[in-house]
Design a protein. Structure first.
Length: 200
């Protein structure tokens, strides 16, 4: 789901130029290595383009919509897993908080929410308020997984605060994966594949 019809059409088509970025100001493959590119795309060097592999497109339903809409649950329905990455950072903190609370309504009881690219104060506040349980598997690796945004902190709004175990709330603050509505004791591991929704 995306709020932009133009972006949604580009994503649905799944063909991207290797030369110039389309609809964005930065090279879209800058953070991918050659192996990752080969795994996800069929590369056509003659045309300087890549096409997303067919198996990655199977079962995807494309929807134009607003993740902040109160009617989102009626449109998408409950999901076992929801991915909401790298768009809440473009909102003011109060708007991002309202949107994140709305997105969380999509997750089934004991389902999982993956949310990065958001103000950490906002995510921590919502996670505390709603009783989310952080998934600790690979938490630091996930947080530190994109060095290009770590270097932008604290000067750019998308910059990622360095992971610090000195903070009392680090186990919640730096988690990007959460289990919602579970009666939790001990560690949480990543779930088995199930239904998945990605909103952006």
């Amino acid at each position: 789901m995306d709020i932009s019809k133009e972006i949604l059409e580009v994503a649905q088509k799944g063909v991207y130029s290797l030369k110039a970025p389309e609809l964005v100001e930065a090279p879209i493959f800058a953070r991918m290595n050659g192996d990752e590119l080969q795994e996800m795309f069929d590369v056509d060097r003659a045309r300087d383009e890549v096409r997303i592999k067919t198996w990655l497109k199977e079962g995807i339903i494309w929807r134009l919509g607003d993740a902040a809409s109160p009617g989102l649950l009626d449109v998408v329905g409950p999901q076992d897993m929801v991915v909401a990455n790298n768009f809440l950072c473009h909102m003011t903190p109060p708007t991002a908080e309202r949107c994140l609370r709305n997105i969380a309504r999509l997750v089934t009881p004991t389902g999982y929410l993956f949310v990065s690219g958001i103000d950490l104060d906002v995510r921590t506040k919502v996670a505390l308020d709603l009783g989310w349980k952080p998934v600790r598997d690979l938490m630091e690796d996930i947080h530190d997984g994109d060095p290009s945004v770590r270097g932008d902190w604290p000067w750019q709004y998308w910059g990622l605060e360095p992971f610090s175990k000195r903070r009392r709330d680090w186990k919640l603050r730096y988690a990007s994966a959460f289990q919602l509505g579970a009666h939790w004791e001990g560690e949480i591991s990543f779930p088995q594949p199930g239904s998945l929704t990605s909103v952006s």
